[in-house]
Design a protein around this ligand. Structure first.
Ligand SMILES: [Zn+2]
Ligand SMILES: [Zn+2]
Length: 387
């Protein structure tokens, strides 16, 4: 039997190429980079990449979730501090690679581990019953992996929201058997050897161990007649289209989670989720910060000096902005409620920044007018510079 490694033996930080004290941001950044690099879509048929992708997803599943990460750190600290009662020689199955090294194929009965067992249960949703406490490959229902995808949106589509079809290639529930692995007309049966538990109890001294059931491989179920399409695996590789609803007002770089649209689970486990990173093209006129939009509006010198009413565009028609007399270049006026629409989570404002335009060439008449203005100017605008 292949060696089983418990989740807390794995250094999820190392999997993501990080140190233990990494920030949430660093974790997310490392995950995205690696998930993209090893994504099945980009590595069709590459088993190593698939393995790496799974590892990286599993690591992020824990480290990317603050409460799970805390528990993981605590269990790791406990294991490393020697505070655990299960050191080398405590009953076999430990020692070896790490404090919980276990290359025997025999799993420690985590239900007997008190606090540690609770932590295990919390992190992996274990049922706290003998032999079914942790999730491992081939041991009971297993959730499918999460997938990453990217979509590119025009600015207007981001404003209004959109439904985008995303093409995904990867493992999906087999279309013939619906993922059960059983031939059409049949259903998987409860494993007769372990009665569905997936494990067999082995008593050794004061400790009770459980071994993965050799008959069902830990799933607790056996398929008598395998599905001809997927040979009983329950999944097949295919390209599928997922319709992703992009929320109104989505921002560039935002990630949209589409529940249950990731990789199919195994042994009856639920599918993973799909995460779609949205890229929004810039608008030719408007900038955006949160729900506010920004716009630079050129005004002439006389408009800035005397004040003016100028018409400016918005996402929805135009609006007249009153420039007060003596408006300085670079100053910003706020037009309430004319930013991102309300549906985007609270209407934003339109921030109009005024650029005073200096004429490049003057007609004779204009030159005389400006010279007349200059003749009236007595105050030195640079007096504060002290030169
Ligand atoms: Zn099938
Ligand atoms: Zn069995």
């Amino acid at each position: 039997m292949a060696p089983q490694r418990e989740w807390f033996e794995k250094d999820y930080y190392a999997v993501l190429g990080l140190q233990k004290g990494a920030t949430e941001k660093e974790i997310t950044r490392a995950y995205r980079k690696l998930a993209k690099q090893h994504h099945p879509d980009a590595n069709a048929g590459n088993k190593d990449a698939e393995e790496r992708f799974k590892e990286v997803s599993a690591a992020y599943d824990v480290l990317g979730d603050a409460p799970k990460r805390k528990e993981y750190d605590e269990v790791r600290a406990m294991a490393g501090s020697g505070a655990n009662p299960f050191g080398p020689g405590a009953g076999g199955g430990f020692g070896g690679a790490g404090p919980f090294g276990d290359d025997s194929g025999v799993r420690f009965e985590t239900g007997d581990m008190g606090g540690l067992g609770d932590l295990l249960g919390n992190i992996f949703g274990g049922r706290g019953r003998r032999g079914q406490t942790t999730r491992q490959p081939g041991a009971g229902p297993r959730r499918g992996g999460d997938l990453e995808a990217e979509v590119h949106l025009a600015f207007d589509d981001a404003v209004r929201g959109a439904t985008i079809a995303v093409q995904l290639t990867g493992a999906a529930p087999c279309h013939t058997c619906g993922g059960t692995g059983a031939a059409p007309g049949t259903v998987p049966q409860t494993c007769p050897q372990c009665n569905g538990a997936g494990t067999l109890a082995v008593d050794q001294g004061p400790f009770s161990f459980s071994q993965i059931c050799p008959r069902c491989g830990g799933s607790g179920r056996v398929v008598e007649k395998p599905c001809p399409t997927c040979s009983g695996s329950g999944s097949e590789t295919r390209t599928r289209e997922v319709k992703v609803r992009i929320p109104v007002g989505v921002a560039d770089g935002q990630r949209v989670r589409v529940k249950s649209k990731g990789t199919a689970g195994s042994n009856g486990g639920p599918p993973g989720d799909l995460y779609v990173t949205v890229h929004v093209a810039p608008h030719p006129l408007f900038g955006r910060k949160g729900n506010d939009l920004s716009l630079r509006v050129p005004v002439s010198f006389s408009e800035a000096a005397l004040g003016a009413e100028v018409k400016v565009p918005t996402l929805d028609g135009s609006v007249t902005v009153r420039i007060p007399p003596g408006m300085a270049s670079g100053k910003t006026l706020r037009v309430r409620g004319r930013g991102m629409p309300k549906a985007a989570g609270g209407a934003g404002d339109l921030l109009v920044t005024v650029d005073v335009v200096v004429p490049q060439a003057l007609s004779e008449e204009q030159r005389q007018a400006v010279e007349a203005l200059a003749a009236t100017e007595s105050a030195n605008p640079r007096a504060h510079l002290g030169v």
